[in-house]
Design a protein around this ligand. Sequence first.
Ligand SMILES: Cc1ncc(COP(=O)(O)O)c(C=O)c1O
Length: 410
Amino acid sequence: MSLPDLGTFALVNDRLDRLSDYPFTRLAALLSGVTPRANAEPIMMSVGEPQHQPPAIIDETLRANAHLWGKYPPVGGTPEFREAVGAWLTRRYALPDGLFDAEKSVLPVSGTREALFLLALLAVPPSKVGRQPAVLMPNPFYAPYEGAALLAGAEPVFLPSTRETGFLPDLDALTPELLERTALFYLCTPANPQGAAADAAYLERAIGLARRYGFILAVDECYAEIYLDKPPVGALQVASGLVHDGKPWANILVFHSLSKRSSAAGLRSGFVAGDPELMSRFTRLRSYSNAGMPLPVLAASAALWRDEAHVEENRALYRAKFDAAEASLKGRYGYYRPDGGFFLWLEVGDGEEATRRLWAEGGIRVLPGAYLTRSNPGEANPGAPFIRIALVNDAETVAHACSTIARILG
Ligand SMILES: Cc1ncc(COP(=O)(O)O)c(C=O)c1O
């Protein structure tokens, strides 16, 4: 779908024209006019929207705090929210007691998407070393990273994240010329879609580069709580051992969400945490731009960050789904068990063609890998041979869908 021509004197920011349609808009266009032949209910595996029942804590806390709907929320949230997040980070990442100051280092965000997007406005100066700033991101990547970079006037730089590079950007391939003009590096671990988790050595190296070359390292950890056995390490965990000028969190911001951890995508709740100096500037920016997280939602979110039981139950459900998927897909399409997250990233030859066939012949909706990747000049689109499948339905549905996928794709 192309945007209508607004004539010579554009009424809008023409950087918008450089954005592709959003992946799900492209998917709708690809499948428009294709009617599933199957009689059964369609199975939606294209969107990473967990279908588990959200925890009862949400309802209970929202109701208990209903008297607060009439109040404007403060941009920094409440002390109770910040305290719950600080305690969770300290517990989850074994941070030394007292090192993380939640009062200065936590901001609530209405879903991490909006904060990841807004971050580019914080990070990208008009120029860096006299040149257009670069924003680094993995390829494949979460679409808002690219939109944010372009709209902030930076050059998005897509770093190959293939099987050969362990599905994470190869940090050794980054040249000093590129690093010097880098303003921001979006790193996603566990990665969407490949599920690869960076190890401590990788994160240590990324933090070192951010500090040496003076850029913000934004670590999107929104899948950090969906793992099979081993909790992925986090950027703050690694940074706690790398104090820089007396500042453990210098140059680092991490992003966490309740959408996946607590199956609560509709709550629109997450947080950003890290470098207190960046945080105070981000607070100023957000004072102008953001609606704030409603007080009842802050209360429900704090209660969720304090509770681990529902998260453990969630993980058990995902394990069962991977078992179910593996029964039909192991040994095909490069199937592997990811370190984290709930996606399958399958190499099927032609991802768009496979997506059309799965919808037409099986009523199964997946996402072509090419909608999550860009081609670098002179190269083929690295996502074109792939499809992404979100294991968000129950294990029985996943088992049925995966055996249907294997039957249709052969
Ligand atoms: C990699 C990644 N980051 C961030 C988000 C945003 O999640 P939310 O805005 O629901 O917190 C998503 C959601 O799908 C995602 O896949």
